[in-house]
Design a protein around this ligand. Structure first.
Ligand code: TGC
Ligand code: FAD
Length: 398
């Protein structure tokens, strides 16, 4: 068997060592299977080329909308599907099996743009933006991070000052997923009393620029940008009226981090499955390399860590569904699952040998993507310290 024949993406057979399938509702299975088919048929055949070119496959937005993947937990009157949190998690898992950048597009749309509008917006804001975001007619982005302010958003420099019956916003956001192609940016800024407030800023307003960051080795099939705000005037109706303070943006992060916990395991499953197929089909020393004990140890380590992460996700999902999930529990799973996915990707890359560094296999792309995923939405260290505070009662950030 030649090297290019050692992996068949249509034969994807994800590990489910503890039969979590038996715990899934009919709804969750149905949604998961639908997204899995979309990814196999519409993402896998094209994604390597888009990543190589550094291009977001924009035509997939309408596919995501058609399959209800944008803001899917919201109620139908606002364009959502009313899906359970486990079904939502499985959507993220399957999307990231394809590419972290595609999951990013959908999780930013749902968790970082639609969620704050839904949770903290006025009726007019909900009506204007939610259906359009759900059906892919409008694209949103989230601006919290700045060039000099990442892990500690409490230090943000972006300012919003009162001006008549509106506001003027000045600042610079960096690392905003989707911004260059976005119609609306959720911008977090401090007012004259140093209180953090959220604004829905249309990106075609005077003074807004959204240049792309185009020199990244990671998430190459996604759009990541700067958002420069130079004396941008918005009416008071652009302010999210129902929240003030840092808990506004941080509560959105909890939603997005939840999706990342599931998504990363989709990437890990893809890497494992590729490595397993290769180990079964690639022959050296007169037989398949999967017969070697050292190869089996790699594959077993992968299954072991993926299984633990799947169990974390399952439990986290049931807590979220019950309304009792704490942000610190999300931090533990985000920290564990990002690291697990990175470790699996790196080990899978080794199983593939030389061809593993090429786009013949999806693993190096996943590995590079996961370098962003472990950093965004709170770095590994930040989540360590969030959980550290929870277990010691001592705050390491002050
Ligand atoms: P702290 O004093 O702890 O909290 C301030 C207020 O916020 C509340 N809160 C939360 N609420 C909900 N969810 C959470 N995760 C929350 N964390 C805190 C808290 O209860 C408090 O409320 P109140 O009512 O008492 O005012 O705030 P702090 O300044 O000490 O925060 C510390 C720290 C480091 C944990 C926080 O700043 C943090 O999480 N930093 C990491 C920054 C980060 O994750 N940035 C992500 C930017 S967005 C992004 O990366 C998108 S990538 C998306 C993609 O492409 O997929
Ligand atoms: P820093 O905060 O400068 O951290 C640098 C290093 O110092 C890290 O290793 C960190 O863990 C460590 N460190 C910092 N503080 C401590 C501490 N107290 N103890 C120990 N170690 C510490 N942001 C948005 O607002 N919207 C988006 O849509 C968005 N999308 C992104 C997409 C991509 C591809 C990337 C890479 C980032 C994105 N981000 C986004 C930004 C992301 O959230 C930040 O990069 C992240 O929060 C870390 O901030 P920083 O890069 O400034 O690193």
């Amino acid at each position: 068997m030649s090297t290019s024949e050692t992996w068949d993406p249509t034969a994807f057979d994800p590990p489910d060592f503890y039969d979590l399938e038996a715990l899934l509702s009919e709804e969750a299975r149905h949604v998961r299977d639908d997204v899995r088919t979309v990814v196999t048929e519409e993402v896998m055949p094209i994604i390597e080329k888009y990543a190589q070119r550094g291009e977001f496959p924009r035509h997939l937005i309408s596919t995501f909308a058609e399959h209800g993947l944008l803001g899917s937990t919201l109620p139908p009157e606002y364009g959502g599907e009313g899906h359970s949190n486990i079904a939502y998690g499985l959507i993220m898992q399957e999307l990231e099996r394809g590419d972290s950048g595609l999951r990013s597009f959908c999780s930013v749309t749902g968790a970082l743009v639609m969620y704050p509008i839904w949770q903290y917006g006025s009726d007019a804001q909900r009506e204007r933006w939610l259906p359009a975001l759900a059906n892919g007619e409008a694209i949103g982005c989230f601006g919290l991070t700045e060039p000099d302010v990442g892990s500690n958003p409490a230090e943000m420099k972006t300012r919003a000052r009162r001006d008549g019956d509106g506001w003027v916003i000045d600042g610079h956001k960096r690392w905003s997923t989707n911004a260059t192609i976005a119609d609306v940016a959720v911008i977090w800024a401090k007012d004259e009393d140093d209180t953090v407030r959220g604004f829905l800023v249309e990106t075609d307003r005077d003074g807004v620029e959204t240049p792309p960051i185009d020199d990244s080795w990671s998430l190459r099939a996604a759009v990541t940008s700067e958002v420069v705000l130079d004396d941008v005037r918005v009416p008071d109706a652009a302010r999210l009226p129902e929240v003030s303070g840092l808990k506004g943006p941080l509560s959105c992060l909890t939603q997005a981090r939840y999706g990342i916990c599931w998504g990363t395991i989709g990437a890990a499953m893809a890497c494992f499955d590729t490595a397993r197929q290769h180990a079964q089909n690639r022959e050296q020393f007169g037989g398949p390399i999967g017969r070697f004990q050292l190869m089996q140890e790699r594959l077993v380590d992968m299954v072991q860590e993926i299984t633990k992460a799947q169990l974390l996700n399952w439990r986290l999902g049931t807590l979220k569904e019950a309304g009792t999930m704490r942000p610190q529990q999300v931090s533990l799973a985000k920290r564990n699952n990002c690291q697990t996915a990175l470790d699996v990707a790196r080990s899978a890359r080794q199983v593939l040998g030389g061809n593993g560094v090429t786009s013949m296999y999806p693993v190096m792309r996943h590995m590079n993507n996961l370098e962003s995923v472990v950093t965004y939405e709170g770095t590994h260290e930040v989540h360590t310290l969030i959980v550290g505070e929870d277990v010691t009662g001592l705050n390491a950030f002050t």
